[in-house]
Design a protein around this ligand. Structure first.
Ligand SMILES: [Zn+2]
Length: 438
C-alpha cells in the first residue's frame, strides 16, 4: 500500500471501533480509490469479519474486526444509502450510491448485499468518475493488433464487438475507440448500463429495462436520431442483435459487447442467437477479446531460469504453426530485441517479480504486488477469407486454425510477446489466458 493511504487506514481502524459508519465508509472509500481498487468486500466469517479490496484484479485483506460490530455497520449502511431496507435481512438488495472521497474525488458505487450463513455480506463496485480514459495508443495494443484496430475504426459501417469476461477492461477499450473517432462532424450515440464515464461530444443514454427502455428499444429509437456511430452496451438477445445488424446494414458503425471468452467463441454465440452466417459475414468487421495481466514490477524483478518449468514447453508451441516471416516481422515491429528473444527462447530465462529491492521490501510495489496492469489482446479480423469460411459453414476450429496460421495474434501469443519483452511473466499469462496449446 502507498504511504499516503496509511493515515486513512488508521482512521478506518478507529472508526470501526467506534462503530462510526460514516467515518468507516469515508475512509474505506478513500483507501480503495487511492489504491486504484475496483471493489470493496465487507464480509462476515465464522469467528470474525473482514474488509478486502480488489487491486489489479486480486483481493487484498485490509482489516479484520469483531463480529459484534458487523450488524450495526451493515444496517447503518443500508439507511445511509437511502435505497435499501434495513429490516430486510433475508433477501439480497442493491443500490446505487454517489459519494466524494476524503481526497475530493467523485465516485459512483453499485452496492449489493447478500445474506450468507454468517450474516449479510456487502460488496461495492467502484466507478471513479475522475479517472481519465487513456487513449488507444496507451492500451498496450502492439503492431498487428494496432494496425487492425485503426483500419476498422476508419470504416463507416459494420459491427465491432468486444468480448466480455469480467476483469477484461472492455469498457476502457470501447471508450478509447469512441474517443478516437469522436469529432464534431460525427453523431455518436451510446446506450449503456450503467453510463460509467461521461465523455464530451457523445450522446450517452442510460438503459432502463424496467420502464421499457431496453437495448433493443433504445436502438430502434436511436435510428430516428440521425446517428453515424452507436454503441450499445451489450448484445444478449436476438432482438438487440437483429437491430445491431440492421443498423450496420443501413450504413452505421456499431460498437457492442458479448459475453464470451475468446474472439472465435463469438461466432457460435452469435449463431446461437439465430443469426444467419451470411448476415454475420455481411455485417461483422472485428471482434476484440482482451484480458488484463498484472505488470511485473521492474524495480524488484530478477531474471530466473525456467528451463525445468513445464510452461516452457507450452511457450514453445505457441509460435510453432505461425508463419515464419510474419513472426519475424512481428518481433521486430514490437521492438523485441535479438537479446530478449534469445534470452527467452534459447536460454529460457524470464524476468520475474521478487518483492525484494536491495534485500529490503520493494517500495514501488510494496513487496507484495505486481504493479499496474497491461492489456492482452486477440483480434478476429473478419477478412474476406473469414467471411467466405463463415458462409461455407466451416467450423469454429477450422476458422481459428486458418486465422492462427495466417495472421492472428491470439491472447496467448500476445501474452508471450509481452513476457519476452519483460512486461509480465508466464504465470500471469497462464492465469489470464486459458491455454489451448498444452
Ligand atoms: Zn517491486
Amino acid at each position: 500500500m502507498y504511504e499516503q493511504t496509511w493515515q486513512y487506514r488508521e482512521a478506518l481502524e478507529s472508526a470501526i471501533m467506534q462503530s462510526d459508519v460514516i467515518k468507516i465508509f469515508d475512509n474505506l472509500l478513500t483507501i480503495a480509490v487511492e489504491e486504484w481498487a475496483s471493489d470493496i468486500h465487507i464480509e462476515p466469517l465464522e469467528n470474525y469479519c473482514r474488509i478486502r479490496i480488489r487491486i489489479d484484479g486480486v483481493l487484498l485483506e485490509l482489516i479484520q474486526y469483531p463480529k459484534t460490530l458487523h450488524e450495526n455497520i451493515i444496517s447503518k449502511f443500508k439507511i445511509e444509502s437511502w435505497q435499501m431496507r434495513p429490516d430486510e435481512k433475508r433477501l439480497p438488495q442493491d443500490a446505487r450510491v454517489s459519494s466524494v472521497t476524503l481526497t475530493n474525488k467523485e465516485i459512483d458505487m453499485r452496492a449489493n448485499t447478500l445474506p450468507t450463513v454468517w450474516w449479510e455480506k456487502l460488496v461495492m463496485r467502484i466507478v471513479d468518475k475522475s479517472k481519465k480514459i487513456p487513449p488507444l495508443s496507451e492500451l498496450w495494443l502492439e503492431w498487428s493488433n494496432e494496425k487492425i484496430i485503426y483500419k476498422h475504426l476508419s470504416f463507416p459501417n459494420g459491427i465491432i464487438l468486444n468480448t466480455w469476461p469480467t476483469w477484461s477492461g472492455k469498457t476502457t477499450t470501447l471508450y478509447a475507440c469512441l474517443d478516437y473517432i469522436n469529432k464534431p462532424e460525427i453523431n455518436i450515440i451510446t446506450y449503456e448500463d450503467p453510463v460509467e464515464n461521461k465523455m464530451e461530444g457523445l450522446n450517452q443514454a442510460q438503459v432502463r429495462s424496467d420502464i421499457w427502455f431496453t437495448f433493443a428499444n433504445g436502438l430502434r429509437w436511436w435510428l430516428r436520431q440521425d446517428p453515424d456511430i452507436m454503441m450499445v452496451w451489450e448484445i444478449r438477445d436476438k432482438e438487440t442483435l437483429d437491430m445491431a445488424m440492421e443498423s450496420a446494414m443501413t450504413w452505421h458503425l456499431v460498437f457492442s459487447t458479448v459475453h464470451t471468452n475468446s474472439a472465435i467463441e463469438t461466432i457460435s454465440r452469435i449463431l446461437n442467437l439465430w443469426a444467419k452466417p451470411y448476415m454475420m459475414a455481411g455485417t461483422f468487421n472485428l471482434v476484440i477479446a482482451q484480458r488484463l495481466a498484472r505488470k511485473t514490477c521492474i524495480h524488484c524483478a530478477k531474471e530466473i531460469d525456467i528451463k525445468s518449468d513445464e510452461k516452457r514447453q507450452m511457450a514453445k508451441k505457441i509460435f510453432s504453426n505461425f508463419d515464419k516471416d510474419l513472426l519475424k516481422k512481428e518481433i521486430v515491429s514490437r521492438g523485441i530485441t535479438k537479446e530478449q528473444w534469445s534470452r527467452f527462447m534459447i536460454e529460457w530465462k524470464m524476468l520475474k517479480w521478487t518483492g525484494k529491492f536491495d534485500g529490503k521490501q520493494c517500495p514501488i510495489c510494496g513487496g507484495t504486488w505486481y504493479k499496474w496492469r497491461i492489456g492482452l489482446f486477440e483480434l478476429m479480423d473478419y477478412t474476406d477469407d473469414i467471411k467466405n469460411m463463415l458462409i461455407e459453414w466451416k467450423s469454429n476450429m477450422e476458422i481459428e486454425q486458418y486465422a492462427l496460421k495466417s495472421w492472428m495474434i491470439d491472447l496467448s501469443r500476445d501474452g508471450m510477446f509481452k513476457t519476452i519483452k519483460w512486461l509480465t511473466d508466464l504465470d500471469e499469462i497462464y492465469r489470464c489466458v486459458k491455454m489451448k496449446h498444452g
